[in-house]
Write a protein that binds this ligand. Structure first.
Ligand code: F6R
Length: 249
């Protein structure tokens, strides 16, 4: 694992975007695994900037997202489909047919999970998976549990995740209680993983994930055994990690 320290959110976003842009430049038809949430917004803005300057071309890039709320349609403003369009896809030259997310409107979990697993397989797996870190150690929506779920599955969100997400929902909007998420096996099979973390409130869980025991109770801890894991985090998130473990520490 390689840990890079960033001075702040902007620096973290630029460093992480650099790794993603290198992937696109080296393999123009790469498969990117993408995340939503507050962490990657700055990364997407940076990628959009570089695209607008003519430095990046998304023409052949394919993307597969980690997760989607169950029960939300693609045009619901709280859906991850909508988030990805607003924060990235609408601003670059990616072909929408090359972008894949779980379908929140499919009620039959088995049907949707099988469909999504097949998509990942047909794409030939993920070249670079971008991950954020949940306050309880979740990655995608793989919540703390007694065991690791391997493939795409439907998950009941924990109260901590529902609370963390609720400020994003307006008055009267129903906060979904379940979601479809890529499983741990699909994430771990990505050739490269880029975990991006910022903020003081993530310092404890980041330390636990990177240096604690590997356990499904801290889902991100499994990343310790991935053979190509890069972490880009700001000083606050890395405040509990020894500098000797940090490449530029
Ligand atoms: C989102 C996702 C989640 C988030 C995590 C952190 O697609 O898979 O695991 O990465 O909840 O969210 P933020 O970045 O909002 O702190």
């Amino acid at each position: 694992m390689r840990i890079y320290k960033a001075t702040d959110y902007h620096d973290m976003s630029r460093k992480a975007a650099n790794i993603i842009s290198a992937q696109i430049i080296m393999k123009s038809n790469c498969v990117l695994g993408l995340a939503t949430g507050s962490t990657p917004i700055g990364i997407y803005q940076q990628l959009i900037d570089w695209y607008k300057k003519g430095d990046l071309n998304f023409d052949k890039v394919k993307t597969v997202n980690l997760d989607e709320y169950k029960g939300l349609s693609a045009d619901n403003k709280q859906s991850y489909h909508y988030f990805m369009k607003q924060n990235l896809f609408e601003h670059i030259n990616i072909k929408m047919d090359n972008t894949y997310l779980p379908n929140g409107m499919e009620e039959d979990s088995e049907v949707e999970c099988t469909r999504f697993n097949n998509i990942i397989d047909l794409l030939g797996g993920i070249d670079l998976q971008l991950l954020g870190l949940g306050l309880n150690g979740h990655i995608g929506f793989n919540e703390p549990s007694e065991f690791y779920e391997k493939g795409t599955h439907c998950v009941a969100l924990t109260q901590s995740t529902i609370d963390a997400n609720s400020p994003l929902f307006g008055d009267g909007e129903v906060i979904p209680k379940s979601a479809y998420t890529m499983g741990i096996k699909s994430i771990m099979l990505a050739k490269k993983i880029l975990l991006v973390v910022n903020g003081k409130n993530k310092a404890d869980i980041l330390k636990e994930a990177l240096t604690g025991p590997i356990t499904p109770m801290v889902p991100a801890s499994i990343l310790q055994i991935h053979n190509d894991l890069t972490i880009v985090a700001d000083e606050e998130a890395l405040s509990k990690i020894d500098d000797s473990l940090i490449v530029n520490g």
